[in-house]
Design a protein around this ligand. Structure first.
Ligand code: ZN
Ligand code: ZN
Length: 237
C-alpha cells in the first residue's frame, strides 16, 4: 500500500541522514525503458487517476481539458506533463509542498532529486515513482529552475513556435541586463519565467508565493532531495 511504501522510504532516509557521509538522495531505479515517452505515460496515468492534478494545471494556465488526454492540445502535452512532475505555482498540500505527481492517487515511491552540478547549481531534476500497478518504474530527467526547482518553465510556448525546444527557460549569462539589478550573483543559473521576473523587479530570489528548493527538501525530505549527479559512494564503508 502507498502509505507503507512512503513510510519505508522516509525511514530509510531518516536513518541515512544521521550519517553525514551519505548523500541525501535515494538512487533512481533502473533507467526508464520508455525513454522520451514519459510525458504521454504520465499524462495518461494522471487522467486514469481521476484527473485532479491535470485540472489544477490546466485551469492555472487556462488550457482546455475535459477529462481526457485528447482534449488537451497536442502541442501542450509535454509542457503540461512537466507541470505534473513538479511546479511550485500549484496549490500547496497540507505539508506545505506544492501539489505534484507525488499526490496523485496510486503513486508510490515518489522521489524527486534536484540534481546539483559541479558548480553547485541545480539545473535539472530526476523524478522517479511507481505509477499504480505498473511494473516498470516511471523515471524522468528534465530541466528545472535553479531557484524554485520547477520542472515547468512557467510560460506555455505555442506548438508552432520554434522556441518549443528551449521551453522559455532563462539561462542567466553576463549579457543579461533586464531590470537594473545586477545578475552577477546568479550567473550560470537557469531560471523559470516567474523567478526571472521576480529578480528583474526586485533583484532577489525570494518569492513569498513560490517555495524554494531548500524549502521543498526541508518540508518533505522523504520525497524531495538535493544531490550531486553521480554520488561517489552511496553505500559507504
Ligand atoms: Zn539523485
Ligand atoms: Zn523558478
Amino acid at each position: 500500500c502507498k502509505e507503507d511504501l512512503r513510510k519505508t522510504r522516509d525511514e530509510v532516509y531518516a536513518t541515512e541522514k544521521e550519517d553525514e557521509e551519505t548523500v541525501a538522495c535515494t538512487p533512481p531505479p533502473s533507467a526508464c525503458p520508455m525513454g522520451g515517452k514519459w510525458a504521454e505515460r504520465v499524462l495518461k496515468f494522471a487522467v486514469q487517476s481521476g484527473g485532479q492534478l491535470l485540472s489544477l494545471v490546466c485551469s492555472r494556465y487556462k488550457i482546455r481539458f475535459d477529462g481526457s488526454v485528447k482534449s488537451i492540445p497536442k502541442g501542450f502535452h509535454e509542457q503540461v506533463a512537466h507541470s505534473l512532475l513538479y511546479n511550485p505555482a500549484l496549490p500547496k498540500q497540507p505539508d506545505g509542498v506544492s501539489t505534484c505527481l507525488r499526490d496523485v492517487p496510486g503513486v508510490s515511491c515518489f522521489s524527486l532529486c534536484f540534481v546539483e552540478e559541479n558548480d553547485n547549481v541545480v539545473r535539472s531534476v530526476r523524478v522517479s515513482a511507481r505509477l499504480g500497478g505498473e511494473e516498470a518504474p516511471f523515471e524522468a530527467h528534465v530541466k528545472a529552475c535553479s531557484n524554485c526547482g520547477s520542472c515547468f518553465s512557467g510560460r506555455f510556448q505555442e506548438a508552432v513556435s520554434s522556441h518549443v525546444g528551449s521551453g522559455g527557460w532563462k539561462d542567466i549569462s553576463a549579457r543579461i541586463t533586464a531590470g537594473g539589478h545586477s545578475w552577477s550573483a546568479i550567473e550560470g543559473w537557469r531560471l523559470c519565467v516567474p523567478c526571472f521576473v521576480n529578480w528583474t523587479s526586485k533583484g532577489v530570489l525570494d518569492n513569498a508565493k513560490r517555495p524554494s528548493i531548500a524549502e521543498a527538501t526541508r518540508l518533505a525530505p522523504g520525497h524531495f532531495s538535493r544531490s550531486p549527479p553521480s554520488p561517489p559512494n552511496l553505500h559507504h564503508k
